[in-house]
Design a protein around this ligand. Structure first.
Ligand code: ADP
Length: 391
């Protein structure tokens, strides 16, 4: 069997098994891509209702904090990869030591698990054009106050890890408000603080890289968040070409420098004066890449599989301007599965539901539309998504 030097099959041999930690919507859509390639996606799931299991991925039931469960998941698979960050990095190191192929490798993956470590490591890389928001570690409430006195209120207090969709992000406006976020005596959460950036825009660059070093980047996406959660995006991002080239250059340099494998979503802030600040790295298929399913030659899910298996990466050219709008559980809303026909009545609406039960604030699916302009695509995707969210 041919190999890229890391035990991966890259000679067209049997496709084999990819093991994925997690069985949510990202695993579900990765499974859909795996079906195309004759690859078995084996997922670490909580139960038979998990989105990827419902879609037919092979389940191993267990938890990501159990090395035993992870070992059962990884044994016999060609490669282990992740659909979320909530797996102890030490376990990934242990799995590598016991001969499993972990992609991305634990050292790179840590940068998607610890925002403070990511800030420090990325800053130290000295990549031209790469800047991160001013930041500091927080052990006690007084660390937040000291940082704010040096940088100005408000500040953003963030959980260093184990949070997503903005759930660990708090804008803190005064010394009195700090105690509500950071307890005086320890607590379970490790915190950091950073400057509150005046955002003109948020963009993301989705990159795929295999361990041989080959790399492709998708056109830059412009994202919009509400309460820290991505709610919609357009591709290409509505920013000047030069800025888009800068964002792509930073993203590919970072992915290369940290030796990441698989899909990496690089999220950047654009400030009012046109400066780019790197916010975070996600080392897995990502919400900002969902648009690639229809808008690109190769979806992020196909390229994630190709990258972690060491297979040739697919082209990322964009077919047309596009927009994706998330379908979110609204209070007073309903299960989107009952409204699919209505949404499909919107011209050009590509509907993706995740097979998840309705709950307020939960991402239940997304709609992508390709159109002549991103504005038109966004307008129609919004109409379809709102129909799906209704009771
Ligand atoms: P998560 O990992 O939960 O997605 P992020 O760190 O990406 O958390 O923050 C979520 C959102 O909160 C960002 O997309 C941005 O809109 C806002 N945000 C985060 N950090 C800052 C900051 N320093 N200044 C201004 N807004 C921020």
């Amino acid at each position: 069997m041919g190999s890229d030097g890391h035990g991966h099959r890259d000679d067209g041999g049997p496709a084999g098994v990819v093991a994925m930690v997690g069985a949510g919507q990202l695993a579900r859509m990765t499974h859909q891509a795996a079906v195309d390639y004759g690859v078995t996606l084996r997922v670490l799931a909580h139960g038979a209702d998990d989105p990827a299991v419902v879609a037919g991925a092979e389940p191993v039931y267990g938890t990501a904090t159990s090395l035993d469960d992870l070992t059962v998941l990884a044994d016999g698979a060609d490669v282990l990869t992740m659909d979320h960050e909530l797996v102890p990095n030490d376990h990934l190191v242990a799995l590598e030591r016991s001969g499993h192929h972990v992609r991305p490798g634990p050292a790179a993956f840590r940068l998607s698990q610890d925002k403070l470590a990511a800030r420090s490591v990325l800053e130290a890389l000295g990549i031209e054009g790469l800047a991160v928001p001013a930041h500091a570690e927080v052990c006690r409430p007084k660390d937040v106050v000291a940082f704010a006195e040096a940088h100005g209120w408000p500040v953003v207090v963030k959980a260093r890890g184990s949070a997503y969709d903005g759930r660990g992000v708090h804008v803190v406006t005064s010394p009195d408000a700090v105690a509500a976020v950071v307890p005086e005596e320890g607590g379970d959460i490790a915190w950091m603080v950073e400057e509150h950036v005046e955002l003109a825009a948020e963009v993301a660059v989705v990159v795929a890289r295999r361990s041989s070093g080959d790399m492709v980047a998708y056109p830059v996406v412009g994202t919009r968040q509400e309460d820290g959660m991505c709610v919609e995006l357009v591709q290409p991002a509505p920013i000047p070409d030069e800025l888009a080239r800068g964002a792509t250059g930073i993203a590919t340099s970072v992915v290369e420098a940290v030796d990441a494998t698989g899909i990496v979503a690089v999220e950047l802030f654009v400030t009012a004066d046109g400066t780019l600040l790197l916010n975070e790295l996600a080392m897995r298929p990502h919400n900002s890449g969902h648009v690639t399913i229809e808008a690109s030659e190769t979806s992020q899910f196909h390229n994630h599989l190709r990258a972690v298996l060491g297979w040739p990466l697919g082209p990322t050219d964009q077919r047309s301007p596009a927009a994706t709008v998330n379908v979110i559980g609204r209070s007073g809303g309903g299960d989107p599965r009952r409204r699919v026909a209505d949404a499909l009545g919107v011209p050009g609406a590509h509907v993706h539901l995740y097979g998840k039960g309705w709950r307020p604030g939960r991402k239940l699916g997304h709609v992508t539309v390709l159109a002549e302009t991103t504005e038109d695509a966004l307008e129609r995707a919004r109409v379809a998504a709102r129909l799906l969210e209704e009771a």
